[in-house]
Ligand binder design. Structure first.
Ligand code: GDP
Ligand code: MG
Length: 353
């Protein structure tokens, strides 16, 4: 993985600024964040001579009731990619017809299935079209499609498998304070639990390499598919880079941000218990065991000086050590089971394409 650290982004051009942070796994499984000095312009063109489409790049826009914005988002995206997909997730407005009129290929879910399923449909279509790079961008106009070349550059240069457009790097956008608190909270939780460190875990503006397109599918239901991506990158040992993006917050939030945040946290907890069971059960298990051991020492010391067994303490020692050992075993068993399931899935995939 050392060679991946060679990735260099463009610090500044007149029209925009670009910096990339490469995160990925080193051999010892720690995560590197690398911000090299110097500059290479991957796109090979200045920002505002747009209008250079790439047939390798597929742009996919998950959309649910975005009739107000989808037309202009599609039109802008078409300047940077030949294929623009809109995944209309059972919208009740004219999202699909407007997207089609603007020149997008519209894939429609009969009923609303959630963003995760929308992204799954985008990945399935990208696999079918054998795209070299898949861009995800929100359909509500919060992202700037002119930043697509920046976000695809590390992918097309073969230096990352997922780029994340971060709202919290060099470009400072006007984000409402309470949203920022929530976003940073979710990022902290996702970073800690996934083992991959990003500055923005919830960004919907991303790009993926062919390897990622082939490897990823999302369980998704009801929580942040963005957090899930971060877990999957580690699971599949794919490389992640961050690219600064701008973001616009002009509309009031469509969902209740608190309820949404809670749903994401809930999903993260589920992901840890399923994705990293040894960590999830083993760590508290070890803590319990250690506490039991320390308290046990105290019981021995009391007995030493008074010749009396501190029965209350002793019972707590038994409780702590039993719970600790149990938790560690549960972690080990689930870890082994998970390995087995991953092997099975791989075998199944190679057999069924
Ligand atoms: N497929 C699908 N897309 C959705 C759904 N809800 C939101 N989206 C899309 O996901 C993107 C981000 O959603 P948004 O509500 O703006 O999230 P926020 O910007 O993080 O508050 C937009 O393009 C939405 O149209 C959904 O239920 N299904
Ligand atoms: Mg939005």
């Amino acid at each position: 993985m050392g060679d991946a650290a060679a990735y260099v982004g463009v610090p500044y051009t007149s029209a925009w600024q670009r910096r990339s942070v490469l995160t990925g796994h080193t051999d010892d499984n720690s995560v590197v964040a690398h911000v090299p000095p110097g500059a290479t312009d991957y796109s090979g063109r200045p920002a505002d001579t747009a209008a250079e489409t790439t047939s390798d790049v597929i742009v996919a826009i998950p959309a649910y009731n975005e009739a107000r914005f989808i037309g202009s988002v599609v039109l802008q995206c078409r300047r940077y990619a030949d294929t623009v997909l809109v995944i209309d997730d059972g919208s009740h407005d004219r999202t699909a017809s407007i997207a089609e009129a603007a020149g997008a290929i519209v894939l429609r879910h009969e009923h609303n299935r959630g963003k995760g399923e929308g992204v799954n449909t985008a990945f399935a279509e990208a696999r079918r079209l054998q795209g070299r790079c898949l861009v995800l961008i929100d359909g509500d106009g919060q992202h700037d499609p002119s930043e697509i070349p920046a976000i695809t550059a590390p992918i097309l240069a073969g230096e990352a498998d997922m780029t994340v457009g971060s709202r919290f790097l060099d470009i400072k956008s006007d984000i409402p304070a309470y949203r920022k608190v929530g976003q940073h909270g979710l990022t902290m939780a996702t970073n800690l639990s996934s083992g991959i460190r990003l500055t923005d875990s919830q960004s919907g503006f991303r790009a993926f390499s062919a390897a990622a397109i082939a490897a990823l599918s999302f369980r998704g239901s009801g929580f942040s598919v963005e957090s899930e991506m971060q877990f999957l990158m580690r699971e599949h040992t794919l490389r992640v880079a961050e690219v600064p993006i701008s973001v616009v917050y002009e509309e009031p939030a469509k969902r209740n941000p608190v309820a949404h945040g809670m749903a994401v946290l809930n999903g993260i907890v589920r992901l840890i218990s399923q994705g990293r069971p040894l960590f999830f059960f083993g760590t508290p298990g070890l803590v319990f065991l250690l506490l039991g051991f320390l308290l046990g020492l105290r019981v021995v010391a009391i007995y030493d000086t008074t010749q009396i067994l501190a029965v209350g303490y002793a019972m707590i020692v038994v409780l702590l050590t039993t719970t600790g050992i149990l938790a560690i075993f549960v972690g080990i068993i689930l870890h082994a089971l998970r390995g087995l399931l991953i092997d099975l899935e791989r075998t199944w995939r190679t057999m069924h394409g």
